[in-house]
Design a protein around this ligand. Structure first.
Ligand code: 13P
Ligand code: SF4
Length: 329
């Protein structure tokens, strides 16, 4: 079957908007009406006029849209889970808060921030404590605002993003369970989660490219290890990386540390992937054209598959955490 042609037909017939993250396979990505980094996708899907959002991405992305725009029907061709988001659940979050309490920090003196790459239950815990969500594109803005509260920042689940922002802002950070983590002495206390895809990039890779192509620029996502980020010329979200690479002279070589599907479509010439192995996000790659077709057919037949639902109590508090982020321009 020519899935592309069938999908294009169904798109015309149905009141749907297809949303696609940059890490999606090319054939899926090219059919998306809205593309962007996590923050842009959430904002634009919320404002979209169609009642149906077909989200090609990972679970927390579709779930976030359902929470901030509960009137929308959100379906996902594949309910694929971000591996990092799965590293923390509500009980691990509670344990992290207890860790700070054991070190003499009262609960009311803790301001939690969760990376958007987390489950609704974690966002709800954060929302209940007065905290907020951040993405890779607004993390330093959100942390700057959070610091105004004078509270200790508990950052979950990505230890790399937390440490990288702390380093950029000249703040002290530590990681729970890693070496000596004394929350009294740190400004940002990070949960020990990470993205296995972005862990593939190493300082050796950066040095290899700098030696091979003197003058090359190094651009990486802030989910990379802090040792790699320290050696980079540019650090940013997926959208920010795209803009940075597009701003370079066409003859300027650049090596990029983020997911393969995005890097290979960035620029035809003089663009390299910062890894000897192919850094693919396995769960982002799960969504196929057939999945997209199947989900559209299910809407047409009035029997939608893979629809996202979030229970009322969880959604109420998770929305608080997401809305607090969205209010910060
Ligand atoms: P962006 O918000 O930069 O698109 O990142 C999402 C993500 O999961 C990166 O691994
Ligand atoms: Fe999650 Fe990493 Fe995949 Fe991004 S690249 S969706 S953080 S597993």
């Amino acid at each position: 079957m020519d899935y592309k042609a069938e999908i294009l037909k169904l798109k015309k017939e149905l009141p749907v908007t297809i949303v696609g993250h940059f890490y999606q396979r090319d054939e899926v990505f090219e059919l998306a009406d809205i593309t962007g980094d996590s923050l842009e996708l959430a904002r634009r899907a919320k404002e979209d006029k169609n009642p149906w959002i077909v989200f090609c991405g990972v679970g927390f992305m579709g779930q976030s849209v359902k929470i901030i725009a509960p009137q929308k029907r959100v379906v996902m061709p594949k309910i694929a889970c971000c591996a990092m988001a799965r590293m923390i659940d509500a009980s691990y979050f509670d344990e992290s808060v207890e860790f700070l309490e054991k070190h003499g920090i009262k609960k009311e003196d803790i301001l939690p921030i969760t990376y958007i790459n987390s489950d609704a239950a974690v966002k709800a815990k954060v929302g209940k404590m007065g905290g907020l969500v951040c993405t890779s594109s607004n993390a330093s803005k959100i942390i700057t605002r959070a610091l105004e509260s004078g509270k200790k920042i508990l950052f979950v689940p990505d230890r790399c993003l937390g440490q990288n922002i702390a380093n950029m802002m000249g703040l002290k950070s530590c990681v729970i369970g890693e070496g000596e983590c004394n929350p009294k002495e740190a400004d940002i206390i990070c949960f020990n989660g990470f993205c296995s895809v972005h862990q593939l990039f190493s300082v050796d890779d950066v040095r290899f490219y700098r030696q091979k192509y003197p003058g090359i620029k190094v651009a990486v996502h802030p989910e990379c290890d802090p040792s790699v980020v320290k050696e980079a010329d540019f650090v940013g979200s997926t959208s920010q990386l795209i803009k940075y690479v597009a701003s370079l002279d066409p003859e300027q070589k650049v090596v990029v540390g983020t997911e393969y599907n995005l890097v290979h479509r960035m620029r035809e010439k003089n663009t390299y992937v910062l890894s000897a192995t192919k850094p693919e996000c396995p769960t982002m790659n799960e969504t196929t054209l057939k999945d997209l077709y199947d989900v559209l057919v299910s809407i047409k037949e009035g029997n939608p598959i893979n629809e996202i639902f979030v229970d009322e109590e969880t959604a109420k508090y998770a929305k608080l955490a997401l809305d607090r982020m969205l209010e910060i321009k």
